[in-house]
Design a binder for this molecule. Structure first.
Ligand code: ATP
Ligand code: MG
Length: 411
């Protein structure tokens, strides 16, 4: 991609009404456009990062047997009335609207009800279970406050997987697999070290649910981390009794701010009973399906990671989710052909490359490159060309080395 043609320009200032550092940075670097409070459009750079985050999630969900599908965002009131959540106070974040033809519909806040309802057409026997369905799509929640930028959207992206099992035991087996899959996701995203499996309130079907909390000052949650054990506890369940149960000691815990990037939840028969999702067991007796739900906020992740890893110069992406593999900077007009030639070689090698071919000063190009934060930068300049080398810099460590072409092709 040539930067002269890239849709999305860097800016000196973020909009005045934007308070969140993640959104300020992402807007200034040309990743997102603020449509209104709580609603952000993704420009090509931002969309590249979202696609990479979601592809990692997809691979890990597929690896534990998840089947990707796509449900509707328009919601049928009847399914939600069946579970008593159409007028639920907890879910009092609905965007609802009237149909011209009469009747009310909602925009999806989550998808337990429609998926449970859908599966009544496809699950009948114990042979149909267990099964795991997931999707990655837009959710709508009329959040009261939308001041945390991408961390709390009124329109946001989520991966949600739902498990359908015959028994509690079978459910637990998958639940443990999902925990591991989530750990893999956060490790691969480059935030494994700052993301903790966190005990949180469980609802009526399990003592605890498990959140995955990424430590960041920008987070809205408070958690207590036991660094040695690598687990944490949400303040909502922080009390002596729970500490004892989990074998945690107050003096080993550190209070930190964090944002929930994912969570997993046992649902028992909370939805299968009211929506009549039953299967016939081996004796031919009808039984309710045992469910679980597993969410990851992919648009919250782009916000959380951008803010946590940024420095005073701008964004700094982990390699796995950098919008391009390499930012190739053509320093002067005279090296245009050299830059083009290296661009073609790197592209042929399979790297995705953003070539800064713009007619700008070196200073402006470097500043923009730091702001955009692609994980590797390769500079093509007159002096280097004379020596047969290119300057390669790692955005996160700042380490720089002069490399020959064959080495650049292996970074
Ligand atoms: P929170 O407590 O932060 O409001 P939640 O418990 O409402 O989160 P879930 O309904 O479990 O969240 O949604 C699953 C995931 O979706 C969350 O772990 C989070 O990463 C993401 N998410 C939830 N609400 C938002 C939002 N308003 N904007 C962006 N991402 C969100
Ligand atoms: Mg919420």
């Amino acid at each position: 991609m040539r930067q002269s043609k890239l849709l999305g320009k860097t800016r000196k200032e973020a909009p005045k009404d934007e308070e969140a550092r993640n959104a300020q940075l992402l807007i200034r670097a040309g990743y997102v456009h603020k449509e209104m409070a709580g609603a952000y459009a993704f420009l090509p750079l931002g969309w590249n990062v979202i696609k990479k985050i979601e592809q990692i999630i997809r691979e890990e969900m597929d690896a534990v047997g998840g089947q990707e599908m796509h449900l509707t965002a328009l919601q049928n009131k009847a399914s939600w009335e069946a579970s008593n959540r159409w007028d639920d106070q907890v879910l009092d974040v609905w965007f609802k609207t009237q149909l011209q033809a009469g009747g009310e519909v909602g925009l999806a806040t989550t998808h337990e009800e429609p998926l449970t309802n859908l599966l009544t057409d496809h699950i009948a026997s114990h042979r149909d279970l267990p099964t795991y369905a997931y999707q990655i799509q837009t959710k709508f929640r009329n959040e009261l406050r939308a001041k945390s930028g991408l961390l709390r959207g009124r329109e946001f992206r989520m991966k949600d997987l739902y498990s359908f099992s015959k028994t509690e035991e079978e459910h637990q087996e998958f639940y443990e697999k999902a925990k591991q899959a989530y750990k893999n996701v956060f490790d691969r995203l480059g935030i494994g070290e700052r993301t903790y499996l966190t005990f949180a309130s469980g609802g009526s079907f399990a003592e605890f649910s498990h959140e995955f909390q990424m430590v960041t000052e920008a987070g809205e949650d408070t958690i207590y981390v036991d660094e040695e054990k690598g687990i944490a506890i949400n303040e909502e369940v922080y009390n002596d009794e729970v500490l004892e149960k989990l074998g945690l000691k107050k003096e080993n815990l550190k209070e930190v701010k964090a944002t929930e990037v994912g969570n997993i939840f046992s649902l028992g028969t909370r939805f299968s009973l009211p929506l009549k999702l039953m299967y016939k067991d081996e004796a031919g007796e009808p039984q309710p399906v045992v469910m679980g739900s597993y969410g990851i906020g992919s648009s919250r992740l782009i916000g959380a990671i951008s803010e946590a890893l940024a420095d005073e110069k701008g964004l700094s992406w982990p390699r796995a989710i950098s919008p391009f593999d390499i930012h190739l900077i053509q320093l002067q007009d005279e090296v245009k052909e050299d830059a083009e030639s290296l661009y073609n070689k790197l592209t042929e090698k399979g790297y995705s490359v953003l070539l800064d071919d713009r007619d700008k000063s070196a200073g402006e190009k470097f500043a923009d490159s730091d702001l955009i934060g692609i994980s590797k930068r390769v500079v093509v300049g007159k002096r280097g060309i004379e020596n047969g080398t290119y300057e390669v810099t790692d955005r996160s460590t700042g380490e720089t080395a002069d490399m020959k072409e064959e080495d650049v092709c292996q970074i």
